[in-house]
Design a protein. Structure first.
Length: 315
């Protein structure tokens, strides 16, 4: 049974880019005769805007994109995330880390590695238990919990469903982008599971919730594609299934950067929901609605087109 989801962060209202992802995920679920869920990813509470979650749900309703179950809020699910972290700790796949960003940059600088614009420096493994079991820079207490990517990769089978592991490189198939691969240890390093301020990290929360909600297919924006190998490692470490992935094309701002709330993306104009949805459909290479189409008519037409274009085939 196909189960998909749309998982916005309530850091503001939906904009043109997030509507593309919402429409694509809804269409894919309907094309497969499956269920479509909505999850409010509000674990990063300092960035969340009060009332944005309610507004997002209202925007989806205005576009006739109704979930098949009541929405779920991640902020209510800390107990599940703690269980997952405890499991990883028991498996020696998670460890406490006291490194600040300044510590990480200093380590890379000492090694002659410079930061690439727009990219985080990979964690150098300073607090890994095997590297320095008593390491606490400047005597500070542990700040965060990290995932041991090298150990996790060693324990991942060479082939696991649609994924493969070869010389530390995770290979997987994206239904739109095709063959993908990444060495998580060298590209990202040991990523954070629980932050120093006690907040849960996106990577752990999304894997736990996708498993708990029995998500079989993930349809989301292309900017999240490089998160996939980290999530595949976590899925195998926690013993949960890996969904099929489809990453949708991004809507770009005038400066060529991804349209986002950070660069001033405007909230959706829903005075005419059909016209606004038609713009999102156009970005997905779907035909404009007919003059006599109602909003439900247009959505039904786009579901048929989604199937005809091959996007409705199981990935």
């Amino acid at each position: 049974m196909y189960v998909g989801r749309f998982a916005p962060s309530p850091t503001g209202p939906l904009h043109a880019g997030s509507l593309v992802a919402a429409l694509a995920s809804w269409l894919d679920a309907r094309a497969h005769g499956g269920r479509w869920l909505v999850r409010i990813e509000d674990v990063d509470t300092p960035r969340c805007v009060p009332g944005a979650d309610t507004l997002i749900l209202q925007q989806l309703s205005a576009c006739c994109l109704y979930p098949d179950e009541p929405p779920l809020w991640q902020s209510n699910r800390g107990g599940l995330y703690q269980q997952a972290l405890d499991q990883l700790i028991a498996q020696d796949l998670a460890y406490s880390c006291s490194c600040s960003r300044k510590d990480i940059e200093a380590t890379h600088t000492a090694r002659g590695v410079l930061r690439v614009r727009g990219r985080e420096l990979p964690y150098p493994g300073t607090c890994r238990p095997e590297n320095n079991p008593t390491h606490r820079p400047d005597g500070r207490p542990a700040r965060a919990w990290r995932f041991h990517t090298a150990r996790a990769a060693l324990r991942m089978p060479a082939t696991a469903g649609a994924c493969a592991l070869e010389n530390g490189i995770i290979k997987w198939h994206d239904r739109r982008l095709g063959a993908q691969q990444q060495n998580v240890e060298s590209a990202v390093g040991d990523f954070i599971l629980k932050r120093a301020d006690g907040l849960w990290a996106y990577q752990l929360a999304v894997v736990v919730d996708d498993a708990a909600q029995s998500i079989t297919h993930v349809v989301r924006g292309e900017d999240l594609a490089d998160n996939t190998p980290r999530q595949i490692l976590l899925q195998h470490a926690l013993g949960v299934p890996t969904p099929a992935y489809l990453h949708t094309p991004l809507v770009l701002a005038k400066d060529g950067e991804k349209l986002s709330k950070q660069n001033g993306a405007e909230a959706l104009d829903l005075t005419d929901p059909l016209r606004t949805l038609a713009q999102a459909a156009k970005h997905l290479n779907l035909r404009p609605p007919e003059d006599e189409d109602s909003l439900p008519d247009a959505l039904a037409r786009w579901v048929r087109e989604w199937v005809e274009a091959g996007m409705g085939r199981l990935g």
